[in-house]
Design a protein around this ligand. Structure first.
Ligand code: UN1
Length: 502
């Protein structure tokens, strides 16, 4: 069979990486299935991408924002028309079940339509001056050249969260998708090309983080780096960015918690925990990897969750009946199984369900792990503190709401949290006291919508928020404050005294 070969996209052309080296991308549900060969780019390819972005910048910046928006509307429509194709491509390269892949593409569609609307707003504001006959206002200006470094777990949604606000603000960009999922980003960029994004405005350079990602964080021509991935890598991105005074927006790990109170709807909570922990095989930054349960309902909750988790159908996500797909690759599989060992041996938690790789029959061709539940987990254990990024959930007992909030907050991350309770007082107290960027009542920790700020406190990020217009515009534009003096004389702020007429 002919091997499908893909190229970088630089200055409006699909081009080979200069070295000619390629990376194989295989289906994680069936390693025999080669999705294609993708460029293993290096510094020289990044150089070409950044140069193209620099060249295209003046014209794109000078294009009126409502005209940039018209292209985004077209792009959103193309994504909508191709939703099925892009979703099945995504399931094939990433493994998430088709229903979730459709959700991922839908999130990119939502983000694109939503951002297009901003073309006729991009609001700044006017405000009074302290001096007479002087006008004061501030406007947003593009930042310049943006490097976007994106993860494999949301291969179209997350690129869209970065790309669309970058474009509407008038920036040009180079994107480096994760080497496990380049096809979904290629699909997004092909759609953008078809919608009329001019050459050089979007460039893709594919390859590994070390060879293709790192140069994007050090290149002197780049003004902004937007990164989603692990906290360890994010820190390197931040250090590199700091050396060349780049704006740097980081979206990193999570150790999200569901709190289940004794008055909570236990069936709903078990359903929420199943979806939050095992959806996307636990490979979301927002995954519910801890449940803190009131001791009065602990046993009952564990029973209900176990029943649901045990019934999950695992397999190739293209099969409609399958509810949980594989994990992304061999390294991820090993890391998750290593955490299962840590949970059993070092932490001394009870392995209540799962914990094994599935190897029988067709499973042997992919990276499948059983849904895994640890019980009798103590808050300080490593499995309750560290991000596992797989289908593993830790159930921790608590005495009361204060105890639950304390345990919930006592991790180095702060992305998402939730509470199941029927008591409005408890819900509001947890809402106020959980130190996370996202909070849910009577729902799981996953399922953020594009028009609300997305991001987290503490080790999850460096204070920026994606999604929601103002917060993403604040990443991808810089303020310009403008003073217009029409008094005809040199007025001095803070020096001249204005006399109030009697
Ligand atoms: C991520 O896991 O990095 O809220 C993104 C959610 C999705 C986005 C997750 N809408 O789970």
């Amino acid at each position: 069979m002919k091997k499908e070969t893909y190229q970088n996209y630089i200055n409006g052309r699909w081009v080979k990486p200069k070295s000619g080296a390629m990376i194989e991308n295989r289906n994680p549900a069936d390693k025999r299935d080669l999705v294609g060969l993708f460029p293993a780019s290096q510094g020289e390819d990044v150089e070409a991408g950044v140069s193209a972005a620099i060249e295209a910048y003046p014209k794109w910046k000078a294009t009126p924002a409502p005209k940039r928006a018209e292209i985004l509307y077209k792009l959103a429509q193309i994504l909508l028309d191709r939703k099925e194709q892009y979703s099945s491509d995504m399931t094939r390269e990433m493994g998430k079940v088709l229903k979730e892949a459709r959700g991922d593409v839908q999130e990119a569609i939502d983000m694109t339509f939503y951002t297009a609307g901003e073309g006729r707003r991009l609001q700044g504001y006017t405000t009074p001056s302290e001096l007479p006959n002087k006008f004061a206002m501030c406007v947003r200006q593009p930042v310049g050249i943006c490097s976007l470094i994106t993860p494999w777990n949301f291969p179209m949604a997350i690129p869209s969260w970065k790309m669309m606000p970058a474009l509407i603000c008038g920036n040009t960009l180079v994107i480096k998708p994760a080497e496990d999922t380049p096809l979904s980003t290629i699909n997004l960029v092909k759609a953008a090309e078809e919608a009329g994004v001019p050459a050089g405005v979007i460039n893709i350079v594919m390859g590994t983080g070390e060879a293709a990602g790192a140069p994007l964080t050090t290149h002197p021509g780049v003004r902004l780096v937007s990164f989603t991935g692990s906290t360890d890598t994010g820190r390197i991105v931040a250090e590199n960015s700091a050396r060349t005074d780049k704006i740097c927006s980081l979206e990193m790990g999570g150790k999200n918690v569901i709190i289940v109170m004794d008055d909570g709807d236990l069936d709903l909570a078990a359903e929420g925990a199943t979806w939050g922990a095992f959806g996307t095989s636990g490979q979301r930054c927002t995954a519910s990897s801890r449940v803190v349960v009131h001791k009065k309902v602990y046993k009952k909750f564990v029973e209900k969750l176990t029943e649901r988790a045990r019934s999950l159908k695992i397999g190739n996500g293209l099969d409609k009946k399958v509810e949980m797909g594989p994990v992304i690759n061999e390294a991820a599989l090993r890391k998750i199984l290593h955490y299962v060992e840590i949970g059993k041996q070092m932490d001394g938690a009870t392995l209540h369900l799962g914990g094994n790789r599935l190897t029988r029959g067709n499973y042997s061709h992919g990276f499948f792990i059983e849904p895994t539940i640890f019980t009798d987990v103590e808050p300080g254990m490593r499995i309750a503190q560290e991000e596992i990024f797989g289908p593993v959930i830790s159930i921790i007992p608590c005495r009361d709401l204060d105890d639950a909030i304390r345990i919930g907050n006592d991790v180095k991350y702060g992305l998402s949290s939730s509470i199941f309770t029927q008591d409005v007082n408890r819900a509001f107290k947890a809402m106020e006291q959980m130190h996370t960027g996202i909070f849910y009542v009577n729902s799981s920790t996953i399922g953020a919508e594009v028009h609300l700020p997305f991001g987290g406190t503490k080790g999850t990020g460096n204070g920026h928020r994606e999604g929601a217009m103002v917060s993403s515009l604040d990443i991808f534009s810089e303020w310009k404050s403008i003073y217009v003096d029409y008094s005809g004389r040199l007025q001095k702020a803070q020096i001249d005294e204005f006399k109030i007429a009697k």
